[in-house]
Each structure stands twice: as structure tokens, then as C-alpha cells.
Design a protein around this ligand. Structure first.
Ligand code: DGJ
Length: 698
């Protein structure tokens, strides 16, 4: 029974394979946090609940008076930490006072129903166990006859045990340097992780992990959480001087308000959390399983090797040029050909044409059907780049509908990349967007969309709408609905989430997409860190990774082809360079490496990932699936010419024997665990290795 109840204490216990989560109703009907961690029994949960009941809040001094850890701390009463729920009623009252109205338990889910003691506000706290992941979300309903202003409505507040030290891991970045992992002591303060950009953002990602400062890749207690939302979001992490810590998060950012109309329910996205005693690596593997089993629409499918034209042709696309690339890509073993930006309207640069989604008649006088047919004749699937949420002011669409964009009266319309954001919250704009997408996908039988979004929101208003900040919710939901509808009506369609690189990667978008473009930075040396951060939450099978030209277009770095491939092979391999300029030797080597990727692809895309570090700059990833093991190792530089140490593996059986499928050498599991895997790395910088091991004897 995943959800147990103890009526005397009004205590619920949710238990997954290796995690328990317990909450109780306090005397004031508030929902208190009891436990998040290792599995416990209902008796043990009762002991913890009693301990909390005896804890003196109110404390000795009036200044220390408090309420104790709550599951959704609302503003009001002696609560001085970050509020997860802030509302204002029509008469100006802001606080919420709880009244428990019921609870509903289903096999692996729990809903606790609450209401305000006086005002017609109902609040439901939802819990759902998915393996060891606890999904939590909130629904607020206005049962009155006047509007209720919602200033903050988080999905959930999470409490971690008091410790003498807490450490916060999170992801920071910018365009071209997304997903860089930061790990530092949590200050005794409130720390806000947020996006005010209308998309998930390059700069912060709604994922975090907390440990006590001692966890490592394969040991130690880690609490981690991720929000399933692709618009603006906010997570407030806090730690007080007595060592109590937690975090609360949800959609929206500070300053936004929504008016809950009479009869209306506002439901938040899910905020998922997990706990492990086995380090950051185990936390990531649990996330990867969760993404595979609970989030991705087609998780068992093998992701194809794609070719994308962007770095080869930029905006200069035409039928002949794309066909030349397609022929080369097919020759290398690509399975999906994606034509990027520049194929439509007057889109010959970033200055014009966005919004006019018909093929450019000078570049594609016969339309796109002949290109699609030739790509398929070459044995590849066909996909297109699109940016459905955006418009260039220099476009027929904008000239016809200047009111369709996000804007505010008497305010400038800030252009970024010469474009504005369409307000997909408007039903007419969303319907128009769905219509042209549906027709395009249907007419060409498109297999793949690269759905891009190259600028954040500014002037996010909705003139004429009674509750204009709604645009933050309505726009993101419309994106979800359009994608969902396209997928339902075109079952073969697959979608890549892109927002000027990795600006939209989260558990919300992944429910309706198949892979993510993590960064426009395709420099393999930089990409190692980007992929390291990305993989904290996301599995390899959603991580698009292209091999592009050298010197790299963004960084100018010169990197050998083999190293570029070995880094990209850690995810969903793609090709993105100007293949017409590659030499015969490069093409031959590339074809061999694509073939090698296809051999290891099942293990990379479906296996369990173990991050490795060999000292110095040597790092790698070990993927394990059944008896098959794939190790990718990268040594971007070799200071002082020192030889990097062997990579110690974690996911091998000490009494097993492993054969290297390429050299036939054998290694005992004990040697791999203790001494490590000897790597035959070439001398010099940018050395890399791909090793395939098979367990041959247990
Ligand atoms: C940003 C994307 O990240 C690139 O890969 C490319 O598609 C461009 N947009 C096209 O404008």
C-alpha cells in the first residue's frame, strides 16, 4: 500500500521502493512536514510526528515564535519565511487560516483538501508517487462571488532535515554556456533561483539538489527537485541560523498577480522531488528513470542520428544546397535530415520573415515537397526548423496583426534579434498557430520539428484582458496544447525543444518533446561541462549533440574529429557541419564513427549513466545496460604532459570479468573498481576514448 493513514494523528505516509514521505495535520489544520528520506514504517512516522508535536513552537522568545515546517506555508500568522501561497481577498485581508475539509487516497496518490476558515478559498495539496519520485502540486479554487488575487501559488514547499551545513547544487548559464553546475554552501539566507524571461531560461534551470556538504558522485544523502514548467518560474531556497532548510517553488515570478475568478480553479505544474542515500550520480539515475518512465512520450524509441543545416548554411538555404548536404549526410549514416532557419517568407537574415510560414519562392520554387521526397529517397526522415511563438516586425503577419504580440499600452515594444513574441494566450493567435503547423506537418508528412524560441518575454502585457499577467500561464499552456494536439493528430511526429540553444529544458516541455538542444555552443571541449550539467537531470536519450566543423564557429577552437565525435556520442548524436567542405579522409573517419555510435547507441540511450573522473582534466561517462558497458572518456588538455590516471568504474561486479569488445583484452571487475580502466589515449590535447566492455563471466 503506497499510501498509509494513521487517523489518530491525521498522518499520511507515502512509500516508494526506497523512499518515504510523511505529512500530518496539525491542531490548527495546517499540513506539516514529517519526513522525506529513507523508507520508514507508519509507527516510525508516528514517532516523528509526535516529536514535531512536542517541539515548542511557540518558543521561549516571542521573536522565535513559529509554526514548524509546512507543506504549503501560506502568508499569515507567525510565519516569516518565504510564503508558498499568498492571496488577497476583496476586503484586503491577506492571511490564510486553514480548515481541513477532507482527503482522498488512490493507489499511489494523495490529495489533502483544505479551505480558508472564513473566505471561500479551497486549496488542494496533491501528492503522487512515481517510483521514488514524489510529485507535488497545488490547486486553488475560488468558491465565492468576487475575485481573489493570487500573489504567489507554488506547487510545493519542501523541507530537508536540519544539518550543521547544507550545500546547494544548481545550474547556471547564458547563451552558449548553459547548464553549468554550481555547488556551494547554502548561505543562512534566502536564495532565489528564477527565470523572469517567459521561458525556462539559459541562466537558471528549475532543478536543484541539496546535501550536507559531504555527498559525492556515488555516496551520501541527496535531496533533489525539479519543476515541470516552461515559462517563468521561481524557487526560493532558505536556511535559518538553527540549520533548518527547505525550498518552495512554482510558476510565475515576483510581482506577477493573477485574479482567481468566482468558480475558477488554478492548478500549478508538478514539482517533483527525490531522495537518495547514494550520491549525486544515483540522484541523476533516478531522474533519468523518471524521465523515461513517467515523462517522455516515446521513451523506448531509439533516437535517430540527425543532420542539421544551421552551422553549415546559416540563413542561406535553398534546394540545391540542402540536397548537397543531404547526400553527404546520408552517406555518413544520418537517419534524419533537418533543414534549419531561412526556408520561409523573406527570411534571408534574422531581420525579416518570421511569421510568414510559406516556403521562400526564390529558394524553393517547387515548394518543399521535392526536397522532402529526395531526403526520404536517400533513406532519411525529414524535419524542419520553426519558431512558432515569434514574429519579425518586418513580416506580412505583423503588418496584418500588430496587436497579436505581447505588448503594453504606451510602452515601447522591445525587439530582440529583431523579433517580438506572439501572445499565444490569445485563443485566436493560438488557433492560427496550430492551423498553419498542422497544415505544414500534414502536407509534408513532417517527421520532426525543431521548435525554437529565440528571445525572452518583454512588455508581457495583454491589452484588453481583465487579468493581463495571465499571459505568463496562458502562453506556456498554449505551447503545450499545440504540441500535444500536433502529436495526437500526427503520431509519427517528433519534436525537439530549443530556445536559442538550451533555453527551454524542463520536465514540462519534455512531456511533449523527444529531445532537447542544450546549447548553440558545439565546441566539444566546452560541451563537456554543458553536458555534465544537463545530465544532472536529463538522460542521454534527450540530449542532442552535434559534431560540427573545426575551427568551431562560436569559439574558434580547433578540435580533432574523433574528440568531437566522442563527446557528442554521449547523447543523441547529430551532425551539424558543412559536410560539403569535409575532406574524403574526414568523411571516411566520420562514417566509421557514426557506425560506432550506432553500435553503442542502445547502451547510451537506454543505459544507466555513471559520471567518471580520472583526475586532471580527464572525465567520462560510463553507460551500463545489462552485460553491456560503454565508456566515453575525454581529456581536453594534458598540463605538463602528465599521463592522466586510469578511470575507476563504479558500475561493475567485482567478481565479474569484462572483455573489451574492440581489443579482446579482459579486465576483472575488481581491477576496474580499484585500479580503473587503462585508457590508451593519444598524446596531446583533446584526447578521447570509446571503450566497449561486455561482462563475460560472473
Ligand atoms: C537558435 C538555435 O539554437 C540554432 O540552432 C538555430 O536553429 C538558430 N536559432 C536559427 O535561427
Amino acid at each position: 500500500m503506497p499510501v498509509a493513514y494513521e487517523p489518530h494523528r491525521r498522518l499520511w505516509l507515502l512509500t516508494g521502493p526506497s523512499t518515504s514521505y510523511a505529512v500530518r495535520l496539525a491542531a490548527d489544520d495546517g499540513v506539516r512536514h514529517v519526513h522525506w528520506g529513507v523508507p520508514i514504517t507508519l509507527d516510525q512516522a508516528a514517532e516523528l510526528a509526535d516529536r514535531d508535536e512536542r517541539t515548542p513552537h511557540p518558543a521561549a522568545s516571542s521573536f522565535e515564535h513559529g509554526v514548524g515546517p509546512e507543506e504549503l506555508p501560506a502568508e499569515g500568522g507567525p510565519r516569516f519565511g518565504p510564503a508558498a501561497l499568498q492571496v488577497r481577498f476583496a476586503d484586503g485581508a491577506r492571511a490564510v487560516e486553514w480548515r481541513h475539509t477532507g482527503a482522498h487516497v488512490e493507489e499511489n496518490s494523495l490529495r489533502i483538501d483544505l479551505a480558508d476558515r472564513h473566505y471561500p478559498l479551497a486549496v488542494a495539496l496533491h501528492y503522487r508517487l512515481a517510483g521514488d519520485v514524489v510529485e507535488r502540486w497545488t490547486a486553488v479554487t475560488n468558491h465565492g462571488t468576487t475575485g481573489i488575487t493570487v500573489l504567489r501559488c507554488d506547487s510545493a514547499a519542501w523541507t530537508v532535515p536540519a544539518r550543521s551545513r547544507h550545500r546547494l547544487s544548481h545550474l547556471v548559464g547564458a547563451w552558449s554556456s548553459e547548464f553549468r553546475l554550481q555547488r556551494a554552501d547554502l548561505p543562512t539566507a534566502e536564495t532565489v533561483l528564477t527565470s523572469r524571461r517567459g521561458v525556462t531560461s539559459h541562466h537558471a534551470n528549475p532543478w536543484l539538489a541539496i546535501d550536507d556538504g559531504t555527498a559525492g558522485e556515488e555516496h551520501g544523502e541527496v535531496f533533489s527537485a525539479a519543476l515541470a514548467w516552461s515559462g517563468s518560474w521561481r524557487i526560493t531556497v532558505h536556511r535559518d541560523p538553527s540549520g533548518r532548510a527547505g525550498f518552495t517553488g512554482g510558476f510565475g515570478h515576483e510581482g506577477l498577480t493573477w485574479t482567481l475568478a468566482p468558480g475558477e480553479t488554478l492548478e500549478t505544474p508538478a514539482f517533483a522531488g527525490l531522495h537518495t542515500m547514494s550520491g549525486f550520480g544515483a540522484a541523476s539515475r533516478s531522474w533519468h528513470l523518471y524521465v523515461r518512465d513517467e515523462i517522455l512520450p516515446e521513451a523506448q524509441e531509439t533516437r535517430p542520428v540527425l543532420y542539421n543545416s544551421w552551422e553549415a548554411t546559416g540563413f542561406d538555404v535553398d534546394e540545391a544546397g540542402q540536397l548537397a548536404l543531404a547526400a553527404r549526410a546520408a552517406g555518413l549514416g544520418a537517419e534524419l535530415f533537418v533543414m534549419d532557419d531561412g526556408w520561409f517568407g523573406a527570411r534571408t537574415s534574422e531581420r525579416a520573415g518570421l511569421g510568414d510560414w510559406t516556403p521562400n519562392p526564390h529558394r524553393f520554387p517547387r515548394g518543399l515537397a521535392p526536397l522532402a521526397a529526395e531526403v526520404r529517397r536517400l533513406g532519411m526522415r525529414f524535419g524542419l526548423w520553426l519558431e512558432p511563438e515569434m514574429v519579425n516586425p518586418d513580416s506580412d503577419l505583423y503588418r496584418a496583426h500588430p496587436d497579436w504580440v505581447l505588448h503594453m499600452p504606451h510602452r515601447r515594444r522591445t525587439e530582440m534579434r529583431h523579433q517580438l513574441v506572439l501572445n499565444l494566450g490569445r485563443p485566436d493567435v493560438a488557433a492560427w498557430t496550430h492551423r498553419w503547423l498542422d497544415a505544414l506537418v500534414g502536407d509534408l508528412g513532417l517527421d520532426f520539428l525543431k521548435w525554437d524560441a529565440n528571445r525572452p518575454f518583454t512588455e508581457a502585457g495583454w491589452p484588453g484582458h481583465p487579468d493581463p499577467d495571465r499571459v505568463h500561464l496562458a502562453h506556456t499552456r498554449a505551447v503545450y496544447q499545440i504540441m500535444d494536439r500536433l502529436r495526437a493528430d500526427h503520431p509519427g511526429l517528433r519534436i525537439e525543444s530549443c530556445a536559442g540553444g538550451g533555453g527551454r529544458a524542463d520536465l514540462g516541455i519534455l512531456r511533449r518533446t523527444d529531445q532537447v538542444w542544450p546549447s548553440d555552443n558545439t565546441d566539444a571541449a566546452d560541451r563537456i561541462a554543458i553536458q555534465h550539467g544537463f545530465g544532472q537531470l536529463f538522460p542521454a536519450r534527450v540530449m542532442g549533440a552535434w559534431v560540427t566543423d573545426s575551427p568551431n564557429v562560436t569559439t574558434g577552437r580547433v578540435v580533432p574529429l574523433r574528440f568531437r565525435f566522442h563527446v557528442a556520442m554521449a547523447g543523441v548524436l547529430g551532425l551539424g557541419g558543412d559536410l560539403t567542405a569535409w575532406t574524403a579522409e574526414e568523411l571516411k573517419e566520420a562514417a566509421g564513427l557514426v557506425a560506432a555510435y550506432k553500435l553503442v547507441r542502445p547502451v547510451v540511450q537506454q543505459g544507466a549513466a555513471y559520471r567518471l573522473s580520472g583526475g586532471g582534466t580527464l572525465t567520462g561517462v560510463h553507460y551500463a545496460l545489462g552485460d553491456d558497458h560503454v565508456i566515453l572518456a575525454w581529456c581536453p588538455s594534458r598540463p605538463y604532459g602528465h599521463t592522466p590516471g586510469p578511470l575507476r568504474l563504479a558500475a561493475v561486479d567485482p567478481v565479474g570479468v569484462y572483455r573489451d569488445l574492440d581489443t579482446a583484452a579482459t579486465h576483472s571487475g575488481a581491477a576496474l573498481l580499484t585500479q580503473g580502466l587503462p585508457l590508451d589515449l593519444p598524446a596531446g590535447d583533446h584526447a578521447s576514448a570509446l571503450v566497449r566492455l561486455k561482462l563475460v563471466k560472473e
